[in-house]
Design a binder for this molecule. Sequence first.
Ligand code: ATP
Ligand code: MG
Length: 560
Amino acid sequence: MTTTEPTTAEAGRDFIRDIVQADLDSGKHSRIVTRFPPEPNGYLHIGHAKSIALNFGIAQEFAGKCHLRFDDTNPTKEEQEYIDSIQADVHWLGYDWGTDLYYASDYFERLYDWAEGLIKAGHAYVDDQSQEAIRVSRGTLTEPGKNSPFRERPVGENLDLFRRMKAGEFPNGARVLRAKIDMASGNINMRDPVLYRILHAHHPRTGDKWSIYPSYDYAHGQSDAIEGITHSICTLEFEDHRPLYEWLLDKLPVPSKPRQYEMARLNITYTLLSKRVLTKLVQDGHVAGWDDPRMPTIAGLKRRGVPPAAVREFIKRIGVAKANSVVDVGMLEFCIRELLNKTAERRMAVLRPLKVVIENYPEGQVEELEAVNHPDNPDAGTRRIAFGRELYIEQDDFMENPPKKFFRLSPGNEVRLRYAYFIKCTGVIKNAAGEVVELRCTYDPATKGGNAPDGRKVKATMHWLPAAQTRPAEIRVYNQLFAKPNPDAGNFVADLNPQSLEVLSDARVEVGVAESNSNEVMQFERQGYFVRDEDSTPDKPVFTRTIGLRDTFAKEVAKG
Ligand code: ATP
Ligand code: MG
């Protein structure tokens, strides 16, 4: 199913907010506490933005608070770089955790003590089976699992082994601590899940202190309980983990009993939102880094020039549902365009320049013409653009032998240069290869500003730049990273779009555009929205296309 329709959240409501409201009304909670719990093993993507906006949004709307908690229980994949980027990205999205920054690793001591408690109460045991043997004996959806031969180990022996696991006596994989629940349970998560594994690994925060690390299932709910989380929101794939989440809260002396709620993950067409895939894309060099503008990461969106408000609007429009679906990437693009159309100032750039000489314009003469910065916002003011005998236009805007419906420049045809004059093509100069390298034109001095006093009309208005008063620039035009609406996460390389980046290294921009260090997104007229990239050098600015102007999504919505 592909969703393009905004859901209930547009009205500011969804099933989770309804639950939160009901819990406040009934007095079950007096203050709401949510959390966003990323694992610091990669950069955040737009799927995480959905979770961030929901958790922080609920905290804001209901005068509660939202914690940022790093679920740092797997030191082999976690890095400080990710911890830093995640904080920067949450802030960029416009949310703040105040002083409520936590790490699951802060609770390692307490989690360990509680695990000993489970052993003493006969609810956990040390299993010496290999990982493979544990996997095989867990059974399947249709077959029950088999009890481990170590399941009935006496408490004293379990305790001794668990302490020695902690002391680092055994190699990785030698033993695990398992909850003793029910190997015949219809829910595989309840078939004696692993609570601790041996891992001799350096942890970014606890260093070499620990040789055992808690599993996600064991650490997550208990961390929620320690922090007094009232509503623990996660994605649907954790629905089957909820009985385990509740079993552990029930067996342990936790200070509070959070409730877990599941919502649909965000999926978007032409996009893969899986850290495994995104990590591979970066590691194997399919993109330039985590912040490559083609990446669906927050860092990528930021570098691409997408305003955080557009991401928030997108998240608001897609809503929060209980059933998984795939959102049309056009919806995200629509939100970006809609916002930038209002905020972005207009400028001119020529992506693929073609030289034009205005033969009847006096040699050496330059005049300044006035250009409007924003058609709907007079407060944005105007700027001056030099007009002279030599100009650049876009190669695409000229055809020597045009088909019928081509209204732009062609021999004998008259067009308007935006903010300037009507011009007419009188001659074409070609190189030895027969390619058009220069045009000869005439202009009509009576059409200054772009209107003819005799009322004659032209069918095209084109952007242009004065050849002398412009600067070279590199313009990077990005397209979808994947060529298919539903790329295969298992074999994503085959679905990559070979045309996802086009580098135009001979582009030209207005002098003011080149000289400005602003990182505001601009509209290059008729071309799209662009933002200055950090790869810019003093000699050559680089501009990244945030998004094109064409609005195919709006048309589809109109069609219904
Ligand atoms: P991935 O599946 O991409 O590897 P993850 O779920 O393992 O991501 P975490 O760091 O554990 O990544 O995620 C932090 C939070 O973000 C979790 O609560 C998770 O449910 C939520 N989240 C992750 N991906 C999405 C998504 N596509 N849509 C909504 N929420 C998501
Ligand atoms: Mg996860």
